[in-house]
Design a protein around this ligand. Structure first.
Ligand code: T4K
Length: 378
């Protein structure tokens, strides 16, 4: 008989810096009374992130979604952007809200990122850019996408909301493409409560992004192009700085948890972790997704989700439905059948993973999955 957890185990829980360190940082902010509008904490955070990502520039903002919107605007994009339907709604919202037309192309079945061949087949004279999503921290095929973008003169953007800490051959994922958006939302291994930013190498974008994030205002008071308010506060930047100090421990802990799931679930036919990352790729283990194959597991994704919920394990169906099936985006063009995306969305389940999750609890979740599986698999 499987006993439920006494209190819910959520898919994630925010990592928090020690309160005494927060208090010391708050005292500094209180003393200088610069609360927002590019204060010293924010500048320190941008510097540290740029060094960590090995990029020339970093623009930190209110959240990842606004950062992506302003990135599209700063690049002057107009027309169609080829992207994946297997993502959080924010990736597609950002395109639509900046007047762009998303066109969906399918993903690869291994790590669920955009398929470069499908992207190339989807290009039309109206295409201006590709938006890849490093979903679950697995990098897109950055070399192949770069080649497609170059061949067709397209901008290449990455939604790296999930990929803080991911590297390809030792190179931080932020260095690929024209720009990469990161989310610093509370649910991410690195966060600033809410927050996000753009990493990029082109020097001309920095001033443009700062202007757009500050209502479009330039120093003489004129607004040459409409902007918005996407400024991060000093308190958020402080939390970000304190979280950076803890990041190596958080990432190491995520890896141990992810490896535990891998080892324990390998014995269960039809409860499949994603394949190992490609050679040279280090992922950040921010998510622990499995794909449930009902034919082999004897239970479908929704059944497993509900059975775990009864045991107080709150998993999430990230990312179901695919964005191409969401009411706001259904009318958009799909360049192909999107069969892989639809299949993944129907079968994916994100298991709990966060630094404070006890290993005993991970084993207990695996015992629960094994128990459910034993009852259902033929
Ligand atoms: N692109 C991609 C690919 C993304 O995944 C995201 C965001 C974005 C862009 C946009 O970035 P931001 O604009 O957000 O910076 C959560 C996050 O809100 C969202 O940031 C994230 N992706 C998405 C994957 O997950 P929900 O609706 O699933 O969040 P929620 O509130 O259900 O939280 C999940 C669990 O975390 C809860 O069951 C309990 C726990 N939790 C959550 C919060 C906020 C806590 O324990 N404490 C908390 O404060 O979207």
């Amino acid at each position: 008989m499987l006993r439920p957890f006494p209190t819910p185990i959520y898919v994630t829980r925010p990592n928090l810096p020690p309160l005494d360190e927060v208090a010391a940082g708050l005292a500094e902010i209180w003393a200088n009374r610069q609360l927002t509008n590019r204060g010293p904490m924010l500048e320190r955070l941008e510097d540290r992130l740029a060094r960590l990502f090995d990029v020339e520039h970093m623009s930190v903002m209110t959240n990842g979604t606004l950062a992506l919107e302003l990135g599209c605007q700063a690049l002057g994009l107009r027309g169609e952007v080829i992207t994946t339907p297997f993502t959080f709604a924010a990736s597609v919202n950002a395109l639509v809200r900046t007047g762009l037309t998303p066109v969906f192309a399918d993903i690869e079945p291994d790590h669920l990122t955009l398929d470069p061949a499908r992207v190339e087949a989807a290009i039309t004279p109206r295409t201006c850019a590709i938006l890849g999503v490093h979903v679950f921290g697995h990098p897109c095929r950055v070399v192949e996408l770069e080649a497609v973008a170059r061949r067709h003169g397209l901008a290449l953007l990455y939604d790296a909301a999930h990929a803080f800490g991911t590297t390809v051959d030792g190179v931080p994922v932020a260095r690929f493409g024209d720009l990469s958006m990161f989310s610093f939302h509370a649910t991410k291994p690195f966060h600033s409560l809410e927050g996000g930013g753009l990493a990029f190498r082109r020097p001309d974008l920095k001033g443009v992004l700062e202007r757009l994030a500050n209502h479009g205002l330039q120093p003489d008071g004129d607004v040459p192009e409409a902007g918005t308010n996407a400024k991060m506060t000093e308190v958020q930047a402080l939390i970000g700085l304190l979280m950076l100090d803890r990041l190596p421990d958080i990432l190491a802990r995520g890896k141990v948890i992810a490896m535990t799931y891998r080892e324990r679930l390998a014995a269960l036919p039809g409860i499949d972790c994603l394949p190992d990352p490609a050679p040279g790729v280090e992922v950040n283990h921010a998510f622990a997704p499995v794909l449930v194959d009902p034919a082999r597991a004897g239970i479908d994704r929704d059944g497993l989700h509900d059975a775990l919920r009864r045991l107080n394990v709150v998993t999430r169906k990230y990312f179901h439905p695919p964005a191409s099936d969401m009411a706001a985006f259904r009318a958009l063009r799909a360049a192909d059948s999107l069969a892989v995306s639809r299949d993944a969305a129907a079968r994916v389940l994100a298991l709990p993973i966060y630094a404070d999750l006890a290993l005993d609890d991970v084993h207990r979740i695996c015992d629960m999955i094994a128990g459910i599986h034993a009852r259902t698999a033929s």
